[in-house]
Design a protein around this ligand. Structure first.
Ligand code: SF4
Length: 250
């Protein structure tokens, strides 16, 4: 890893600049005061896999409405859980994974509660969570960040794409590899800010198809080979329907 004159790896210094720039243009994301219990976040994140926010939110709300306790989800017929979460897609697989997770927790702890995790280290929690069926590093990292308030940076496919385009990581061909590489270069205390702002940035500017490179505030930092081409095809800022102030409401 190349080092800058300050002694930081080049990528760590660049990550700091990008965190600052995104906070400048998109605002400083503030974590909610009241955090949801870890098991709620775990199940909500399983439901969010391979679908959009609206559909996964509908699936989660529907599940909670029909089954207000996790114990009732564990004991329900799988087909009833499948219909409750159908709007989230891949309902068969997600229902099976959710019931398997709940069954494992009941056997292991005798109750459906993950609060015990709060006494463990980040690594111990991740190792435990990824041992559960259908739980990968991104899902585990979401539990750490959003429920336990740890400084852990979840990497989904969108965050993975942008970190690679910007050149924060190199030769990372999976979100898991990007997650591991980002751990070494993330400025302390900035996991929440960078995660939220990269999700916003990926929705509005650095989209998977047709990124708006022509109005991108990170253009000078970017190493994506297609950026010069996309710059030419980006609509003018006034036509691109991008309003950074609106992003604060996302
Ligand atoms: S220049 Fe284009 S590819 Fe690079 S970060 Fe900006 S929008 Fe994404």
């Amino acid at each position: 890893m190349n080092r800058t004159v300050t002694g930081l790896p080049k990528e760590a210094a660049k990550t700091r600049r990008i965190v600052r720039e995104l906070e400048h243009v998109l605002g400083m994301p503030v974590p909610p005061q009241k955090k949801s219990p870890p098991l709620d976040i775990l199940i909500a994140t399983i439901l969010s896999q391979n679908t959009n926010d609206i559909n996964s939110h509908r699936a989660y709300s529907n599940l909670r409405k029909q089954y207000p306790t996790w114990e009732s989800v564990r004991l329900a017929r799988k087909s009833s859980i499948v219909s409750a979460i159908r709007t989230g897609g891949m309902a068969n697989q997600k229902a099976a994974n959710i019931q398997d997770v709940l069954e494992t927790l009941a056997e292991k702890f005798g109750s459906l509660n993950l609060r015990l995790l709060s006494k463990q280290s980040d690594e111990e929690i991740i190792d435990f969570l990824i041992s559960l069926k259908g739980v990968g590093k991104k899902t585990a990292a979401c539990v750490l960040l959003f429920s336990l308030g740890r400084d852990i940076f979840p990497v989904d496919t969108h965050v993975h794409r942008i970190c690679n385009r910007l050149g924060l990581v190199h030769n990372c061909n999976t979100p898991e590899k990007t997650f591991d590489a980002m751990k070494a270069i993330l400025p302390r205390g900035k996991a929440y800010s960078l995660h939220i702002n990269l999700i916003r940035f990926g929705r509005k500017i650095c989209r998977s198809a047709n990124p708006l490179c022509g109005i991108c505030p990170l253009y000078k930092e970017c190493e994506y080979p297609g950026r010069t081409q996309y710059r030419k095809t980006t609509p003018a800022a006034e036509d691109s329907k991008v309003d950074f102030m609106l992003l604060e409401q996302v």
